[in-house]
Design a protein. Structure first.
Length: 457
């Protein structure tokens, strides 16, 4: 798909539909940036930001396992009656006004229900509906545009709005998409990145071909017809995680061990998340050009129970022994149980494996990808430790790719194998990691028997 975006400063299409300075009374006109065309299926986040900065409209798509929908989004401070009309005619969903918690508090907009009473599937935080006092009946596109703009006006006060009304404000969660991957949070995050007021207009895009929501193919048709770029919330999350400092040191303490010397344990907190990763550090990292490093995802069954279903516990102990013997290096311990699906889900996956599914099929059966892990937190921890070059202890090329493609200035100068002893209990698991997940492992017995998916062919 080709998402065409204007290459000249001359406005056209829905992105040029914006009020004059005298109409909104508080926003200076922004110059039209020059944007190149992209042949990507989704636009870059930078293009979405530039589009919003000039008062344009974008389409934001969430995860197929969540609402699986696309929404029109545009800045509240520049919205026009023409944009409202397009959103209502083409989107046909419920028009809402996402805003930051600070803006909702400033205008004394109360939740429709308290958090404990909110039984909406995705806990959308609806606030009291409003109309602006000078928006007439509040129904027409012009009336709605006026109300939306005034909700974004920093000079507006609570008394400027009638309650109830025809516009539904929504309150975004603090932390944005890093805490809740919803369209409400995406709207506020994007507007903040654009340097605009954290108040937007949003509407779901319903299918023109049926009674459900528009699928991606239909959203792409709308994108091409109206020259509106499409982005994903997933890409926005990646954009923020790459550019923001996610980790902060909390504590450092030495812990003597029986076999691995006395590493220093550095504990971290992660912004907007509850996970508590840590780094085990041996020696003076600044003295080594490229120390050994292990990025290890937590595995309660392997690391603590010494489970033979996987090689995780063996890999952790081998890595710690190698680094201890070398005298300098680090293990970053990330709470990403079960390749990111969590302990209970991993145990359910084990039960499916007992029924004949392999580790990848079991994840898919439970509704997960084969690997749900994200290494950005680990990469930021390594940067915080002052590392620039590492020898990475891993058999997983995708883990090395995380260094290469993350944008973080960390170089893997060598991928060092980490081979656990073979065991009959995990031969099938190891074969699947090699055959389906691309792990670099020595030759081993092929998966015992046929997988469930093979049986069903």
């Amino acid at each position: 798909m080709l998402i065409a975006v204007h290459e000249t400063p001359r406005p056209s299409g829905p992105q040029a539909l914006r009020p004059s300075d005298s109409e909104n009374g508080f926003l200076a006109v922004r110059p039209e940036p020059v944007i190149r065309k992209t042949a990507l299926p989704f636009a870059r986040i930078e293009i979405a930001i530039q589009t919003l900065q000039r008062g344009g409209m974008i389409i934001v798509v969430d995860d197929e396992d969540r609402e699986n929908e696309g929404d029109f989004i545009c800045p509240a401070e520049t919205i026009t009656a023409e944009q409202v009309d397009l959103m209502l005619r083409i989107g046909r969903g419920t028009m809402c006004v996402p805003m930051s918690a600070d803006e909702a508090t400033r205008l004394r907009l109360k939740p429709v229900v308290d958090e404990l009473s909110n039984t909406a599937p995705n806990k959308t935080a609806f606030l009291t509906t409003v109309d602006h006092v000078e928006s007439g009946t509040g129904v027409s596109a012009a009336n709605r545009a006026r109300t939306i703009r005034e909700l974004a006006n920093p000079r507006s006060i609570a008394e400027d709005f009638l309650r109830p009304g025809h516009m539904s404000p929504l309150m975004a969660m603090d932390g944005g998409v890093l805490r809740r991957a919803g369209h409400t949070e995406a709207t506020v995050d994007l507007l903040r990145l654009a340097g605009m007021r954290p108040v937007g207009a949003i509407i779901e895009i319903c299918s023109q071909k049926g009674h459900g929501m528009a699928d991606l193919a239909e959203l792409q048709e709308i994108s091409q017809q109206y020259d509106i770029p499409i982005i994903t919330i997933e890409d926005l999350i990646k954009y923020r995680r790459l550019r923001e400092q996610l980790v902060a040191r909390v504590v450092e303490v030495e812990i003597p061990t029986g076999e691995f010397g006395t590493p220093k344990v550095v504990g971290y907190q992660v912004m907007h998340e509850t996970q508590e990763p840590m780094a085990l550090v041996w020696g003076d990292l600044s003295s080594a050009d490229a120390p050994l490093v292990r990025m290890h995802s937590s595995c309660f069954t392997g690391d603590v129970l010494d489970s033979l279903r996987c090689d995780c516990g063996d890999q952790l102990r081998i890595a710690m022994q190698m680094i201890h013997q070398e005298g300098t290096g680090a293990v970053v311990y990330l709470p990403q149980e079960g390749r990111g699906i969590g302990l209970m889900a991993k145990l359910k996956a084990y039960k499916l494996q007992d029924e004949g599914f392999d580790t990848v099929e079991a994840n898919h059966k439970l509704g997960f990808k084969a690997d749900m892990r994200d290494y950005m937190v680990g990469l930021q921890i390594l940067k915080d430790l002052g590392l620039k070059r590492v020898r990475l202890l891993t058999n997983n090329p995708k883990k090395t790719d995380a260094f290469v493609y993350s944008g973080v200035e960390l170089q893997v100068v060598e991928q060092v194998p980490l081979i656990a002893p073979p065991h009959a209990c995990r031969n099938s698991y190891m074969a699947t990691k090699k055959e389906k997940m691309g792990h670099v492992l020595p030759d081993m017995p092929l998966s015992s028997g046929r997988s469930k998916s093979e049986e069903q062919i």
